[in-house]
Design a protein around this ligand. Sequence first.
Ligand code: NAI
Length: 214
Amino acid sequence: MEERKISRAVISRLPRYYRYLGDLMEDQVERISSNDLSKKMHVTASQIRQDLNNFGGFGQQGYGYNVKYLYTEIGKILGLDRSHNFIIIGAGNLGQALANYASFEKGGFILKGLFDVNPRLEGVAIRGIPVRMMDELQEFLQNNEIEIAALTIPKSKAKEVAELLVDNGIQAIWNFAHTDLNLPKDVIVESVHLSDSLMKLSYNVSRHREEQNK
Ligand code: NAI
């Protein structure tokens, strides 16, 4: 496929296309028109065409999109055609919930380790993976090829732990601690705030109520 610069806005929509196309594949759907995909995804057909035309050559007039091809190509763009080893730092409520979510593996994200400072958690196994203490982290990173670290620790500890991770070769941080991390430019940080989607929901609920009360 021809390499092109794809805008961040399009990239941010790709995981959703990927999910829908994955569902279509599970339902044995081989091809789909932009109109049908539009109805399923509640996105305009023209937006779909515009987004997917970025990659060129996927859709054909009167034929629609080849679901498997599109799924594979979007997967490649998202780097999902290979696996990514990750660890979780902070084996509390959120860390354990993430560790328990086996479906990450289906997407190629392989949980290799869990770390914490609480000695009561030492050796507790989540899906067969034991919680290790932070003093084992350095050696663990030397002996395992870990690409991503999820940070599910208190915000007050996030900066020092993130720096420790970067000093030990971690290049990508999935940051759940509600704080901005100022790390070297070549470190990739993806911050997650579940409360953002709750706030959007709250906004929509409020608008909906206003409409009903008119
Ligand atoms: P928790 O208290 O259950 O777990 C935190 C764990 O981090 C504990 O096991 C603790 O021993 C460990 N920890 C503390 N300092 C550490 C260090 N220096 N190194 C390694 N482990 C350390 O808390 P919970 O509920 O799991 O939340 C974890 C973090 O995630 C908090 O910062 C919370 O605000 C955040 N959070 C973020 C969400 C989001 O949408 N981004 C949603 C929910 C929680």
